[in-house]
Design a binder for this molecule. Structure first.
Ligand code: ADP
Ligand code: MN
Ligand code: MN
Ligand code: MN
Length: 344
């Protein structure tokens, strides 16, 4: 028997967006445990905005697990929060009720700022660094500093070792701002891995005395970029059948559902979706081929392949909940009939 360190990780009850929480229990297993071997566990919901003090127990139900590369015999146990009966999802548990479809693929581009001493990493104590320009995909100490690259590389290795589908890294437009991409088949799978990648990044940064700032416009109404979480998506129908007629109906449906999408695309998005800095206005819906100022960007490859492939919704922001973002995209897609006209 080996003693494993099980880190139970869940989303708390804070609004408009939850925080990650975690605690460890030690359990002995013959070998790396299966998901079914991981027991339910409890926590004090009154400390996480998930229960009243008088009846504070909430239940943690393991739903995905990964090896924890940062710990000897470590397991990262992603959990859903359940009511005390262990069966009813807690109201804060969005994952339990989202739409899912293994044929729907999602690629999230998580942008974020490293923050130290209350300002972006690399910003001087007062005033601002040189204006935006050289930082995006930049190289060299004056562009990216001394520690950021070390962190993003370590994070990449942790994600890959845990089996999380990390797909890439780039330095972003603002100083101290970076991006990583997570791809997954199915909304739960993709969103689970995004939450785990966020967890690993935040935990990793503790030893560097650096925080992750997920707010979509941390520097307010300035010439400094905000942070998004572009959601690239495709269904099997979009990849295999597609067509211009279906695409146009799909875009009409996205236009009609604009408010439902914005409602789950992250808080304070009006600060970011201004129409400036490669963003669309929050008040309108638009799509465009290779247009980074559109709500939905249509890659050239999509048009060239006969309106088949994936689309990029550029509106979700860095603080958005990927469970709800993916589910809303699937909900809107589900309103568009997939039968092609029989007359054709
Ligand atoms: P950009 O910065 O140019 O918008 P990125 O390379 O950062 O693009 O991100 C593109 C994302 O699109 C990746 O996460 C990738 O996995 C995702 N993607 C690629 N093909 C598909 C597809 N068929 N369905 C869904 N997502 C996809
Ligand atoms: Mn990107
Ligand atoms: Mn980006
Ligand atoms: Mn993008």
């Amino acid at each position: 028997m080996t003693k494993y360190k099980l880190e139970y990780i869940w989303l708390d009850g804070y609004t408009p967006t939850p925080n990650l929480r975690g605690k460890t229990q030690i359990k002995a297993f013959d070998s790396f445990p299966t998901l079914e071997q991981l027991p339910l566990w409890g926590f004090d919901g009154s400390s996480t905005k998930q229960a009243e003090g008088s009846s504070s127990d909430c239940v943690l139900k393991p739903v995905r697990h990964f090896p924890d590369p940062a710990r000897t015999n470590g397991v990262l146990v992603l959990c859903e929060v359940m009511m005390p009966d262990g069966k009813t999802p807690h109201p804060s548990n969005k994952r339990a009720t989202i739409l899912d479809d293994e044929g729907a693929w999602f690629g999230f581009e998580q942008e974020y700022f490293f923050y130290k001493n209350g300002r972006p990493l690399g910003f001087p104590e007062t005033g601002f660094p040189a204006p935006q320009g050289p930082y995006y995909t930049g190289v060299g100490y004056s562009n990216v500093g001394s520690v950021a690259r070390q962190i993003v590389e370590e994070h990449l290795d942790l994600c890959l070792a845990a089996g999380i589908n990390h797909e890439g890294i780039n330095a972003e437009v603002a100083k101290g701002q970076w991006e990583f991409q997570i791809f997954g088949k199915g909304s739960k799978r993709a969103a689970d891995e995004m939450w785990m990648a966020r967890y690993l990044m935040q935990r990793l940064c503790e030893k560097y005395e650096i925080d992750i700032e997920y707010h979509c416009k941390p520097l307010g109404d300035t010439d400094w970029n905000g942070s998004g979480m572009h959601a690239n998506f495709s269904t099997s129908y979009m990849r295999e059948v597609g067509g211009k007629e279906y695409f146009e109906k799909l875009m009409a449906a996205f236009g009609d559902a604009r408010e439902d999408h914005i409602a789950v695309y992250g808080p304070d998005n009006h600060m970011r979706l201004t129409g400036k800095h490669e963003t669309a206005s929050i008040h309108t819906f638009s799509w465009g081929v290779a247009d980074r100022g559109a709500s939905i960007r249509v890659p050239h490859s999509f048009v060239n392949n006969g309106y088949k492939g994936y689309l990029e919704d550029r509106r979700p922001n860095s603080m958005g909940d990927p469970y709800q973002i993916a589910s809303q995209i699937l909900k809107t897609i589900s309103t568009v009939p997939t039968e092609v006209s029989a007359a054709a």
